[in-house]
Structures are given as C-alpha cells and as structure tokens.
Write a protein that binds this ligand. Structure first.
Ligand code: 13P
Ligand code: SF4
Length: 303
C-alpha cells in the first residue's frame, strides 16, 4: 500500500468508526502524518482527555494507551499492537514500590508517566519529562522517591533545591545507549551544530548539550533556533516533525540507530487493522485505574 492509499484508507475508516488517532513523535512518520494529533506524553495525556470520537486509537507504547484509557474509562481505547511496551516502564514493579512505601512513609512518590497503571496507583503524583521539575517543586514533601527513570530523576534533582530526591534505578535503554564518547564524536564531527537532548539521556551526555527538554520542548526549541545544523539526542522519529517545521535545517541523529523498537512496532499496517477490527482494546481494572487516575489528574491540574 502506498502513502496515498494508506492515507485514504485511514481517513475512510476513521470517519466510519468515529475514531480519533493520537500519535507520539517516536512513531513512523506515515502514522504521524495521518494522526489527528502528534505530541509528547504530556500533550497526549491532555489530548486523550479532550479528544472527541467514540474510539481513541493510540499510536504509542502501552503505558500511553493505558493512560488514555484511565482518563476515558467509558471510551474504547485501542493500541495497534499490544506488545509495544516501554522498556523503562517495565523496570518499576508495583510490589517493590509497595515495599518501599511501607518502609519509608515519609517519602512522597513521584512517578514518571512511563510506568504501569499499578505503579501509578501506588504514587502520590505523576509527571512527564516536560513538567517533572515543576511538579516536584510544587510538592510540600521534602523527601521524594522518583520512579522509574534515574536519568530524568537526576536531571530534576539538579534543578530542585531543598529536597532530597531518591532515585529508582530504571532507565531507557534507547537514550542510555548514547554514551559520552559517541556524543563527543558527533559534536566534533559537527562543530557548527547545536546539540539537543532528552532528559532521559545520561548526565555526562546532558552536560554536553546546548538544550535539554522533552520531545515537544525540543520541537519548540528547534522551531526558533538560528542554527543550521542540529544534533538530535532523542528518538529518530522526532526528526520527522523537525524536518517539516524547519526544512532549512540539517538534522543529525546523535547516534545512527537512535530508534525505539517498541514504538516502531506500531506500523501503518497494524494501524489499518486496528481500525478495521477495533483491536487491541486496552482495559484497566477500575480498582487500579481509580488510584492511577488520581495521580495523573493531580499532575494535569498542576501543569
Ligand atoms: P516525552 O515525555 O518527551 O514524550 O518522552 C516519552 C518517552 O518515552 C521518551 O523516551
Ligand atoms: Fe520507553 Fe525508551 Fe521507548 Fe521512550 S524511548 S518509549 S522510554 S523504551
């Protein structure tokens, strides 16, 4: 199926099913182009709440579709491939978090949305990479456990004054793979480029960057930059939007295969099947969803 046929088929099915398509910046460019909305995880959580349509088709990894379902318990939420999970989200286990809470009742638990509904339900509040600093600064608690990303957590801990931030030991293997040697190399090869990175990158890499931000913050930064070359320290799918916004700028992935294979499981063929067959429906048991919803809504109120 070529681009035109794909686009026509998706639009036809979308209308027939009264569906809305939300897509993360990391999915295939073809899918981004047919989506009703493309964004980072914070924007997508907001959109999931506002979006019209009987069916929400979430083109992203499982925790994102799960968040959409938690915020829309009465709507049908589909993910084109149920195995597309976030590797970092799998590094936080609810039982272990429960144990920490029991042993450390004086800690507030702040959980990155890249986490399962079970883990969110055990948390005081959620955050995304776009609002983590603001969320933690706004908490009364002085002791914070940040779950699950140690890299985003250390980025936040550097910014927030007067709080003790304990880090869970999770990380994103895709961002972690960008090591300082590679970052140095790509910068040396492109001395006239600005270097932008996602806070999921390691501290040594963040320290070499000209700008650190969530995917949508990177998009906004690039929109305004006067640079003609940008080294992109996040998943390659983001470059699809960056090129559309700034065709005059050259974009260089910080390492050649900067790709989240989980996000790439959401293929154009699977999106068509998802719409045709209304698969794969996301379910979250209400006893878990209720707790997770509180943590997500607290975040949305404060960001
Ligand atoms: P954003 O919060 O920038 O959307 O990032 C989500 C993510 O999974 C990054 O790897
Ligand atoms: Fe998860 Fe990393 Fe993929 Fe983002 S890039 S969805 S954090 S595995």
């Amino acid at each position: 199926m070529n681009r035109k046929e794909f686009t026509e088929r998706v639009l036809e099915l979308k209308e027939k099913k009264n569906a809305v398509i939300l897509a993360h910046y990391y999915v295939d460019g073809l899918i981004q182009d047919v989506a009703d909305f493309v964004g980072d995880s914070l924007e997508l959580a907001r959109k999931a709440k506002e979006a019209e349509g009987e069916i929400i088709v979430f083109c992203g990894v499982y925790f994102m579709a799960e968040t959409a379902k938690i915020l829309n318990p009465d709507r049908k939420v589909l993910i084109p491939y149920y195995k597309a999970g976030c590797l970092m989200a799998d590094m936080a286990i609810a039982e272990e978090l429960k144990e920490f809470r029991e042993k450390n009742p004086d800690y507030a638990v702040v959980t990155y949305v890249n986490s399962s509904a079970d883990v969110k339900a055990l948390s005081d509040i959620c955050c995304t990479s776009a609002n983590a600093v603001k969320i933690i600064e706004g908490l009364e608690a002085e002791k914070i456990l940040f779950v699950p990303d140690r890299n985003l957590g250390s980025f936040v801990a550097e910014k927030v004054k007067g709080k003790k931030v304990e880090l869970w030991s999770g990380y994103c293997p895709v961002h972690e793979k960008l090591n300082p040697e590679q970052a140095r190399r790509v910068k040396e090869e492109n001395p006239d480029a600005v270097f932008v990175v996602h806070p999921e990158c390691r501290k040594e890499v963040r320290d070499m960057a000209d700008f650190i931000g969530s995917t949508s913050q990177i998009v906004r930064f690039v929109k305004e930059t006067s640079a003609k070359k940008v080294i992109v320290g996040t998943e390659r799918g983001t470059i699809h939007q960056l090129r559309k916004l700034r065709p005059d700028v050259e974009f260089i992935p910080a390492y050649p295969e900067f790709t989240c294979d989980q996000m790439k499981m959401i293929t154009p063929e699977r999106l068509i099947k998802a719409l045709e067959r209304e698969q794969f429906e996301v379910f979250v048991p209400e006893e878990v969803a209720a707790g997770a919803r509180k943590a997500i809504e607290r975040m949305l109120e404060r960001s």
